[in-house]
Design a protein around this ligand. Structure first.
Ligand code: PLP
Length: 414
């Protein structure tokens, strides 16, 4: 083990009962649950296990905890607590927003505008509506993955009932001009949904300033538990529930609330709110050092996504002459966890639809790797990855006929 590896081993903790510690750079896929979140949740599995809809005092205590979390989550996005509807995660929040508005407003129109770079939760919800007779416009994006607000404005027709544009992309990190689109949606009287799953707890958000009527969130992206999320539903938004049953969650989401997870979500939001801007600034510095370092140390690479209007923790790099999945596996063998893009589509060998929509060729899309940073990412981690990555890339390039040809031709044309 060299000196650097030794340093890191000490920093990351020695090999424990669960095997060697991994350098985790896949926070966009999910985050570890914060230890204080776990502590906050435990009593709601043990002593305070009651149903929040029960009238007895134990039930009322559980209800109080749910309402407390609702208030905290509303607070971090500038919403009233009554405007927060708990769901089973970001996917359900997206589906509820899109289908809930579509079905409730079908008498006014059947047209929905979204983008070509949405998470599958939005994309597939829209496609499902398309198969039921709704008209969906999938707006193109530029080479940074950015949608043009004026093009969105032009796409609005008398039949448009909803615009759904993600806040920041989960694969490339590009942040969309949400406030501009929100102003257009308001002016035209169209509901506006944003999938902010990658943003809540990471960058400042205020629903009033953004002009959104619906906003999706998920706890596991901000050091909370998996399987719980929320949808902000602005007062007066005409919605239909998707699941029939009890009257929970303003009659928009039937089913007994997942009390421990909701409590954990509230605590995670509380913790994120304590140093949101400082942590975003810290990660931005590390993100930019990682991007610059990769570009200096590995030839023939390109940054995917916008250079500055991007999430503080998000790096997505195209590496010519190798496949992203090979590099990800090569890093994994060395104890570094990264991904090729969305965790929801890995296992699907096709190139990322997001990168294709940004104009990348299939080969370039397949050559991309996503490194997403988080609470445990330090300068030492960045330095270590910058030492390791060139070796891993060189290993795979040695096996690449395209790279061989490129070198034989004098290394021109890239
Ligand atoms: N939307 C975005 C942008 C995401 O990144 C994800 C998760 O990766 C989701 C929605 C789905 O959230 P969940 O995993 O909570 O269902």
């Amino acid at each position: 083990m060299n000196e650097k590896e030794n340093e890191l081993e000490n920093e990351e903790g020695a090999e424990g009962e669960q095997g060697p510690r991994v350098i985790y750079l896949d926070y966009a896929a999910t985050t570890p649950v914060h230890p204080d979140v776990i502590l906050e949740m435990i009593p709601y599995f043990t002593d305070n296990f009651a149903n929040p809809y029960s009238l007895h005092s134990c039930g009322q205590q559980a209800k109080g905890a749910v309402e407390d979390a609702r208030g905290k989550i509303g607070n971090i996005i500038g919403a009233a607590s009554e405007e927060i509807i708990f769901t089973s995660g970001g996917t359900e929040a997206d589906n509820l927003a899109i289908k809930g508005v579509a079905y409730a407003n079908a008498d006014r129109g059947n047209h929905i505008i979204t983008t070509s770079v949405e998470h599958p939760a939005v994309r597939e919800a829209c496609k499902s509506l398309q198969s039921k007779g709704f008209e969906i416009t999938f707006m193109p994006v530029d080479s940074y993955g950015m949608v043009d607000p004026q093009a969105v404005k032009k796409a609005i027709t008398a039949k448009t009932i909803l615009i759904s544009v993600m806040f920041a992309n989960n694969e490339v990190g590009t942040i969309q001009p949400i406030a501009e689109i929100g102003a257009i949606a308001r002016e035209k009287g169209v509901y506006f949904h944003t999938d902010a799953v990658q943003c809540v707890g990471h960058i400042p958000i205020n629903v009033e300033e953004l002009g959104v009527s619906l906003l999706s969130m998920s706890a596991h992206k901000l050091y909370g538990p998996k399987g719980v999320g929320a949808l902000y539903v602005k007062d007066c938004t005409k919605m239909l529930q998707l699941m029939n049953g009890g009257e929970q969650e303003r009659n928009l989401r039937a089913g007994t609330e997942n009390v421990p997870s909701i409590v954990g979500f509230g605590k995670a939001v509380d913790i994120a709110g304590e140093d949101l801007e400082a942590e975003a600034a810290r990660l931005t510095v590390l993100r930019d050092a990682l991007i610059k370092g990769i570009q200096e140390k590995v030839q023939h690479t390109r940054l995917n996504g916008h250079p500055t209007k991007r999430l503080p923790n998000s790096v997505n790099i195209g590496i010519d002459f190798v496949r992203g999945d090979s590099v990800a596996l090569g890093l994994d063998v060395e104890g570094v966890a990264v991904s090729t893009g969305s965790a929801c589509s890995s296992g699907n060998a096709g190139p990322s639809p997001v990168l294709l929509a940004m104009g990348l060729s299939k080969d370039d899309a397949r050559s991309s790797v996503r490194l997403s940073l988080g609470r445990d990412t330090s300068q030492e981690v960045v330095n270590y990855v910058l030492e390791l990555l060139p070796t891993v890339v060189a290993r795979f390039r040695k096996m690449s006929p395209a790279y061989d040809k490129f070198l034989k031709e004098g290394g021109k044309g890239k």
